[in-house]
Design a binder for this molecule. Sequence first.
Ligand code: ADP
Length: 596
Amino acid sequence: MSWDDDTRPATGRAYDGRLLARLWGFVRPYRRAFWGALVLSPIHQGLGLVQPYLLKLGIDGYVREGDIAGLGSLAVLFAGAIAGEFLGMWGQQYLTMVVAQRSLADLRLAVFARVQRFPMRFFDRTPVGKVVSRVTTDVDVLAEMFAAGAMTIALDGLKLLGIVVFMCVIDWRLAAASLVLLPPTVLAIDFFRRMARRTYREIRERIARINGYLQEAISGMTVIALSAREARCFDEFSRLNADHRDANHRSNTLEAALFSLVEAAATVSIAVMLWRGGVLHRQDLLELGTIVAFIQYIQQFFVPIRDFSAKYAVLQSSMTAAERIFALLDEPVEAVPAVPQRPRQARGEIVFDRVWFAYRNADWVLRDVSFRVGPGEHVAIVGATGSGKTTLVKLLSGFYPVRRGRILVDGVDVRDWDPAALRRHIAVVLQEVFLFSGTLADNVTLGHPEVSRAAVERAGRHVHAESFVAAMGGWDAPVRERGSNLSAGQRQLLAFARALAHDPTVLVLDEATSSVDPETEWLVQDALERLLDQRTAIVIAHRLSTIERADRIVVLHRGGVREEGTHAELLGRGGIYARLHRLQSQGGPAPFEAVS
Ligand code: ADP
């Protein structure tokens, strides 16, 4: 099955050897606790079983005879059994949860580590919510499996068997009377469980819908507010919410019916047993203590039967969850070159050599693209939206492999570069600056210890970030999630500082199109110049000033290089660039690429 299949019902096998073996890989480091829990389980169950028998011995042996001393020692034994059962159960639960929480924390970590190594392709086709739900919800389902004691479902069967054996050994006639209701009860439980399972699936699907809706609505809150759609969204959400509530309601009704059914079955069984026991007792064929013991056995008997099918269902859904988690763990990771290379000399030369690329099949996004950027040279890439500019950058960073041709960075094919070294060598500043929650300084260093505070401050000063940083309270001021407490211009400057502090050889920049106030605009422009100074740079340019200042301009059109040259040369040629330029000059401050 595929790991992102949320709809698959949990009605598969409850025991899948292959999956359990893989799960065991995570439990193994905590195997002592695991075996401890497993050993404690039959012990406390056994101690639970002997209690009614001790009661019987007490009543029939000592109470009837009036042997108070004997009764006293039996009471000590009885108390011991109760204490032992309690301790055993406590120990078993404790150890089980130790195993569960530790191994599942490891599992979550393994999934996260794997996700970090996935190629960009993976994130193109995967909604974030799906991955999040694998790491949280599915792991929680596994936790539930431990909590419900579903792993030890076989031991429940053993307990049932134990009760039947005890009953039959004490008095088989009474045992038969007690168990007469068993077959119809089991059938009824099975019927209710089947119905309940259907509603569980409904609940799961509906909560998934609620989560999806919430995720979209909350992340698009600004748009919702701007378009005054709150009322409509509220209605949509309240409908989803009501659907979920109704499904839960049905499930609760069934659960309640099941519980009362089992209670009733136990009570009626006790009544049948008492009636039969009463007859036998009057005929002097049965002792009173036996009847008391049987009342307790019957009470103990129906609970595991009731829980058995619930545990079975938990096992089934946890196998489905495990299957999805492992399928995610089996997704291929980013290819790493066999012998990662770095160039002998970092000069900052970039060569696109007959590069072809498509995200899917043969939908070519880049066709036979060739150009060279010499060390220290500044090249502006222009072209209409969708012409493939951003794709060039992604290929250069090695996020996707080229289909044909090659890209050389300082003479080494990006496919052969050590990926981490390549991304240090080339700093990419995207149009949408992504900021993490943390401090301003964290957002510049990105957690790299080699970037010192002094380097952060120097970079900040260099790109004019220091005045707003000071206004916010210094480099340790907090950045809220996604930098929502910073303006677009401030985010840009911070991104420049981030690039500069890491001192890359090559800078790739997708110039922001968002307009900022004239003063910030000037700061950004000046910071940009300082940033590019003495570095090789490829700028996806939108502003005329940036383009005019570039050493060379590469015009992309439908994935191919159409024109190449300086501003003056291209204007003189009277081609696409000249037309774009004319349109933009007439159209005022519109971003360069928006006109095609
Ligand atoms: P530009 O930056 O010039 O606007 P892009 O490089 O972003 O252009 O996109 C070029 C083409 O590739 C567009 O047709 C776009 O739809 C397509 N494209 C971009 N990213 C992806 C992706 N992750 N998966 C599939 N197609 C994509």
